[in-house]
Design a protein around this ligand. Structure first.
Ligand code: SF4
Length: 66
């Protein structure tokens, strides 16, 4: 059962790549604008996704417990 929900606000994302560098297991840049998307939007274990969220310069990665 999933415990964490990961969302990226693509409106705010500046495509810096910090999240994909820190946590390539769960973030990828894609689309025309090269925005960040979570590979898995629900996780049992938060792992490096938390570090990625903490490192995001515009704080557009939201992690919530579900
Ligand atoms: S760290 Fe934040 S701003 Fe940079 S690509 Fe990831 S989500 Fe976008």
């Amino acid at each position: 059962m999933a415990k964490f929900k990961i969302e990226v606000d693509q409106e705010k994302c500046i495509s810096c790549g910090a999240c994909t560098t820190i946590c390539p297991d769960n973030f990828e840049l894609k689309g025309e604008d090269n925005k960040s998307f979570p590979k898995n939007s629900e996780l049992d274990v938060i792992g490096c996704s938390q570090e990625a969220a903490d490192a995001c310069p515009v704080q557009c990665i939201k992690i919530s417990k579900i």
